[in-house]
Design a protein around this ligand. Sequence first.
Ligand SMILES: [Zn+2]
Length: 236
Amino acid sequence: MSPPAGRGPAFEIKSRIVHANTVTVPRSRYPIKPPKGLTASDLRLPKFIRREDMMKLLSGTQKNNPAKLASVHGLVTAELAVTFPDIDKQWQRSTGAQNRVSWRFLGGDLVLEVTITVHVLEDDRPLDKDGLSQKLFAVIWEHELLHVLDDIEIVRDWLPEQVRQDEWTRRYLVDVQELPDPTFNHYIRQDNLTSWFRDGPWLGERNRRAGIRDSAANYADVSDAINGIRAEMTNR
Ligand SMILES: [Zn+2]
């Protein structure tokens, strides 16, 4: 039975948050105040990386501010994936005139998944029985957790509505227009649907929120705290 005119099949946009950092850290372990909105399970020990690897990660990001490059202690990276969990059941193949193959959406889930990784410089790793190094780490980590919260909220609270209102979604999932085979391959099999949403709404919003977290004033506060603790460490 075909769906009523103008109404597509039932589908749900689901969000999934994945932390690439695997070890959860008890909140009381370091002197941090995690931002409201994060759960205990969102507090993961960052990956500690060498300075040259940090530089490599930074050169791959959009905002390439050389003044900041030299002084970055932590970085949150995120990867977005937009997928149909069961393509073969969710899309129906049909053959029309002159054996033209096309695909029509049948319904089910569209999953928005973000994989989040927190990186901190190896030099800023907290050492056992070294209160100052733990304090230093805490300042850096606490700042990075703001970016983690942003990455979670974007995919959980903000992106689903963007995807729902998107032109591609309306055309192929709501109005169930047929996708010619090459277009289907491009978007679904070759995963360019991810690029469509990543380079479209997601990246812009992510950069916008990062710009606020790393505004000159906020960044100066973190920098000052780090420099203060570093000075204490040098003078002890
Ligand atoms: Zn930041």
